[in-house]
Design a protein around this ligand. Structure first.
Ligand SMILES: NC(=O)c1ccc[n+]([C@@H]2O[C@H](COP(=O)([O-])OP(=O)(O)OC[C@H]3O[C@@H](n4cnc5c(N)ncnc54)[C@H](OP(=O)(O)O)[C@@H]3O)[C@@H](O)[C@H]2O)c1
Length: 368
């Protein structure tokens, strides 16, 4: 198959894998598309995606749909097929047994149980293997899984809504609408693609947000909420606690946090994470390592200004989603650590999108 066809089919697999992002527990959402060439025509004969909860994997689902048509066909898989035995045989073996002739992947799986062994098994069975196809495109969605496996840290996206005059809110005023309804709907979508959302204690206390996906169709995809609250100041009566039936809530506290309040929060069903302190603030790299160990691969940091600044200064942000709204805040504004004129250092602009009068600027770390 030509490189163009390979890329088109891999692009289809990447799009398909998006369906179950953040719904596959500690497994990444992977897609497999099986394509058969007959009389000069390519036909998709099987499609599979990692199931909600993480199992079954994409390959056996796609092979089951393809049946006998898998013999001699090409499998496009967004991540290297697994090589290790669990309750079910490794996916690489399942592809071999089905008579697949060629496997095209975007990424090697960095999990130490796989890490090239899946590709090696396929090659040893005489299967033609090509990897690295549309790797950069697939990285956007697999980024969290890859970061957790390679760096013991989730993929961190910082999202901020900034007024035309460079502010994220008004001192002492709680939540201020900086962007319009369409941007807020986009934020709901973005939340649903992440394993967890994080804000600082001031945002949690002053704004009293729920931090869920507000749209009814997305509510069940609301991610885990995590609050950086070194002194355990969050009220057990807050809306974050009152929405525990919609999504889990974790509070990262320091060693000197108020024990009575910790007990009261724990009684509600909120989870307490013990953090370390550096200069009176939760130590971020250690906290990221701790939450990655629980299987959180992607973290959506939503502010406020102090938390955004701390993540940026520590070099812990992978992507910035900067919404610039069409309003002015004026007096008593809370200054955003970045803005359109002061983009994050060491990042490059990869995409711009317009939502009514708002503009979203997406930056990624490094050169692109
Ligand atoms: N427009 C937007 O996108 C947006 C988004 C979110 C919030 N906001 C606005 O921002 C305002 C609050 O922002 P803010 O800057 O005052 O506070 P913040 O960033 O929400 O919270 C800061 C607090 O978090 C706690 N914290 C724990 N560990 C930390 C660490 N490593 N780094 C930084 N903070 C840490 C500290 O309080 P403890 O000592 O209690 O632990 C710190 O004072 C609100 O008015 C809200 O409406 C706007």
């Amino acid at each position: 198959m030509s490189k163009i066809i390979d890329e088109r089919l891999m692009a289809a697999a990447i799009r398909y894998a998006r369906r179950n992002i953040a719904r596959t527990k500690t497994n990444p959402s992977v897609a497999c598309i099986i394509v058969r060439s007959e009389n000069g025509k390519d036909q998709i004969v099987g499609r599979g995606i990692t199931a909600i909860g993480g199992r079954p994997h994409a390959e056996p689902v796609a092979l089951a749909e393809a049946g006998d048509k898998a013999k001699g066909a090409t499998a496009y898989v967004t991540l290297e097929p697994c090589a290790h035995h669990g309750a079910t045989p490794p996916c690489a073996q399942t592809l071999i047994d089905a008579g697949i002739a060629r496997v095209v992947t975007a990424w090697v799986d960095p999990d130490s149980r796989v890490d090239g062994k899946g590709h090696a098994m396929l090659r040893a069975a005489g299967i033609d293997v090509e990897t690295g196809i549309l790797a950069e495109e697939a990285r956007h969605d697999l980024g969290g899984y890859l970061a957790r496996k390679q760096q013991n840290s989730p993929w961190v996206t910082l999202k901020l809504a900034i007024s035309k005059d460079g502010y994220i809110g008004v001192k002492g005023k709680g939540q201020v609408k900086i962007t319009g309804a369409i941007s807020r709907a986009q934020v709901d979508m973005m939340r649903s693609y992440h394993d967890a959302i994080m804000v600082g204690s001031s945002t949690a206390i002053e704004d009293d947000p729920e931090l869920i996906c507000r749209r009814p169709s997305l509510k069940s995809r609301s991610p885990h909420r995590i609050i950086l609250d070194s002194r355990a100041r969050l009220s057990p009566k807050s809306r974050l606690v009152n929405s525990l039936d919609i999504a889990p809530l974790s509070i990262v506290v320091g060693p000197n946090a108020d024990q009575t309040n910790i007990d009261a929060l724990q009684k509600t069903g909120a989870n307490i994470i013990s953090g370390e302190l550096v200069d009176g603030r939760i130590a971020l790299p250690e906290m990221l390592e701790d939450i990655a160990a629980t299987g959180i691969s992607s973290l959506f940091v939503e502010g406020g200004a102090k938390v955004a600044n701390a993540f940026l200064e520590a070099g812990l942000v992978d992507e910035v989603n900067m919404f610039i709204g069409d309003m002015m805040v004026g007096e008593n504004g809370i200054t955003a650590p970045i803005n359109r004129q002061l983009p994050p250092a060491g990042f490059s602009l990869v995409r711009t999108e317009h939502f009514e009068d708002d503009v979203l600027y997406v930056y990624r770390k490094g050169e692109h």
